[in-house]
Structure formats: C-alpha cells, structure tokens
Design a binder for this molecule. Structure first.
Ligand code: PLP
Length: 408
C-alpha cells in the first residue's frame, strides 16, 4: 500500500493567490466590459535583454554542433558563471568566496524546499512575518511546521514585522535553530541596515542558528550603506546561506536560474554533537539529486555580467523603480499610509479604517477596478495591509494610480 506524505494534506487546498483569481473571475462575470488593472503581479513584465538573448541564441547553436555540444554539466554550475558571480556580486563589496562556495540553481523557490532536505526535522523554525510564503510552506510539507491553529503554525516562530518596529524583524529572546530573512523584503520593502543585520548574525553566532538569507531584491537597493549581502557582516560566513535569483534582475522568471552561497566555514550539528560542513553536505546532495542548470541558461546568466548585460539589468530595474516611486509619490498625497517602494518595486499599504485585507481587496476591486494582493498572503502579520506591485507596465501603473486617487 502506497502511503502519502500527509504533511502535504496539511496545507490549505487553495492558497491566497488562487482565491484572488477566483474573486477576479467572479468580478468579470458580473462586469464583463470593465478593464481591470492587475497590481497583484508577481512576475516581471520586461522581456530578456537583447544582449542576454543573443548569447543564449549562440549557446543554442553551440548545442547543435557536435564539436561544441554540452551534455551533463557540473551539478554545481559551470566555472565561468560561478567566477563571474564572485567577481561582480561579491568582490566589489570586499567579500571573498571560492567557486566551490557557489551553487548555481534553477531558482530560489525550489531551492528553499531542497535545502530543507539536509536539515533535521526537529529544528525550530523562525520566519520574518510577513514574508515570501514559500519558506513556511516548504517547512509544512517536510513536517516541521506543526499544526495550523488560528492562522498560525504551532512550531513556527513568527518574527513580527509591523509599523511599530519599522517592519524590521528582531531576534527573539530564545534560541531558534533555522531563521528565514529576506532583505529587501517582499512584501514590506524593509531593507536591513548593517546594524539590524549584525544583530541577527550575532544572535546566530551565539545560538548556533542557521540563517537562510534571501537577497532576491538586492539589486533594487537604492541607498548606499544598506548591505546587499549578509556576508558584509563579520562572522556571517559561519552562520548564513545566501540565496540569489536572476528572476527579478534580468527577467529570468521563465528561464529559471539563480544561485546559493554556502561558505566553507558554515557548520551544522548532529544530535551527538559532531560538526558537519554544510557546503560538503549540500555538494553531496546536489551530486545525487541534481544534474545542473542547462548550459544555455547558464550562458545567458553569465551574459548578465558583461557591460551590455549589466546595462540591460540597470534599465529594467530603473523602469520598475520609477513606476513604484511615481505610485508612492502620487498615492501618498491622498494621505494613505504607504511603506516600501524605496528598495523594492512593491508598496505596502496600511488599510485605512478597520477593514480586513480581504475586505479591502474586494473594495478596491469593485471600487477602483484594481487588483491588489491581500497582506495575509504573506503571513498573519500581513493582516491590515495590501501589497501593490509595480512590476506592471508604466501605462497600467499610471492608470491604476489615477483610479486609486479618485477612489481613495
Ligand atoms: N524570493 C522572493 C523574496 C520572491 O519574492 C520570489 C518571487 O516572488 C522568489 C524568491 C522566487 O524566486 P525564483 O524565481 O528564483 O524562484
């Protein structure tokens, strides 16, 4: 008899994003002629840069010739990409890594769950809340999250990010084994200062905590002084894994490529007190579970680090950030309380009056014909907020702002 992993049955059958789609479909049946503007967009709208696309075409041609064909590549990623990553993303910030500490992945979403495979099931989990929901969901399916009661998983420490603490998660007063942090954060837009991040690194050093640091939006950081990598903080190599994605920088959401940094210094413990190198363990896991990201995709990723590729990335990021800055400026004038929009193309809107996130979502849908994301999609502390995404095209952002201004 085949038995199912019952942890999967613990997850709500439909997530908030499916509920949003259902609500929108209902609206369309009632109002088929209204044009909705979707600011719940979770995807990029810019295409690949031309230089990156051209390098990809060349790589396809290489694959079509027997002399230049590439079969299975190294599970950890090609050296040319790992070296480019270190040279451009870390060395300029005074961070020194070896190619063996970089693992090219097929996007962070799957990587987050995969890393859970080499962690014990008894670890106590902590997540900044609200945050990208996959962290909690991946722990639910591996049985670490406990039971779901009153909107919370019993074994998850929710590190609240609210107006009162500037949306900055604070280390708890008790040890937590594995903590998920994201900076700049989706959805709140919070970006750690060096002091704020140092507090976490110090906590992790003291408590032998593993930090999983998601730096997906680091390229969107607009102010000097804000750390782009957790390894800018002394001691972080002993306690942190960093995850990066090319999805939001170079439009790779459909291509699938990112990377994971696991420093040699990072150790985890066995129950009988032995220290194990996380890097060696992950390397082993990749050897038995993964056959690498395609050569064509890695060539495209390496092209991001050429001067032309970097200019294309700057252009796309500039476009989304101009969208969000315009939205923030215009909507702030209505008196509504807005956060974010400084280092991420998302706005985190405090719902005026005592409406729930879902009520406000419907009010905005029916009143302004704009689709937002109810804050509860990102965790219990998202109640009372909605997220507006500026990953849409400029004309849509402008029209949404005009509609929201008259509606608000
Ligand atoms: N991390 C964060 C914080 C995100 O917001 C997203 C996408 O929305 C991801 C990771 C997913 O990245 P990837 O496309 O590499 O799976």
């Amino acid at each position: 008899m085949a038995l199912v992993n019952e942890n999967f049955l613990e997850l709500p059958q439909d997530n908030v994003f499916a509920d949003i789609r259902r609500e929108v479909e209902k609206f369309k049946v009632i109002h088929p002629s209204y044009r909705l503007i979707d600011l719940s967009v979770n995807d990029v709208t810019h295409s690949l840069g031309e230089h990156v696309a051209e390098r990809m075409r060349q790589a396809v041609d290489e694959m079509a010739q027997v002399e230049t064909f590439h079969g299975y590549g190294p599970e950890q990623g090609y050296g040319f990409l790992r070296e480019a990553i270190i040279k451009h993303d870390f060395n300029p910030r005074g961070i020194h890594l070896t190619p063996e500490e970089i693992f090219v992945n097929d996007g962070i979403k799957s990587e987050i769950g995969n890393i859970g495979e080499i962690l014990g099931n008894d670890n106590a989990i902590g997540v900044a809340d609200p945050i990208y929901p996959i962290y909690v969901e991946s722990n639910v399916v591996s049985g670490r999250a406990g039971v779901f009661r009153g909107g919370h998983w019993s074994n998850v420490n929710y590190l609240e990010c609210v107006e009162a603490n500037g949306f900055v998660p604070q280390p708890p007063d008790h040890p937590v084994d594995v903590v998920y942090l994201c900076s700049p954060n989706n959805p709140t837009g919070m970006a750690f200062s060096k002091t704020g991040l140092k507090r976490w690194v110090d906590y992790a050093l003291k408590n032998h905590t593993l930090i999983l640091f998601d730096a997906t939006y680091e390229a969107y950081i607009q102010s000097p002084g804000i750390p782009h990598s957790i390894y800018e903080i002394r001691g972080a190599k002993k306690v942190a894994i960093e995850l990066r994605s090319f999805s939001r920088t170079a439009g790779f959401t459909g291509l699938r490529c990112g990377y994971t940094v696991i420093p040699h210094e990072l150790q985890v413990q066995t129950l009988d007190g032995r220290s194990i190198s996380m890097n060696r363990l992950w390397n082993y896991r990749q050897r038995i579970r993964f056959n690498g990201v395609s050569y064509v995709t890695q060539c495209a990723a390496a092209a991001i680090y050429t001067p032309e590729g970097m200019a294309e990335v700057r252009h796309a990021i500039g476009y989304y950030m101009q969208n969000v800055m315009m939205m923030r400026r215009e909507l702030s004038a209505t008196g509504v309380r807005l956060y974010g929009g400084e280092h991420v193309p998302y706005l985190w809107l405090r719902i005026p009056h005592a409406h729930s996130a879902w009520e406000y979502f419907r009010m905005m849908l029916y009143g302004a014909h704009v689709i937002c994301t109810p804050g509860v999609a990102f965790g219990p502390n998202g109640e009372g907020y909605v997220r507006l995404s500026a990953f849409a095209g400029r004309p849509d952002c402008e029209e949404a702002v005009a509609r929201l201004k008259s509606w608000l």
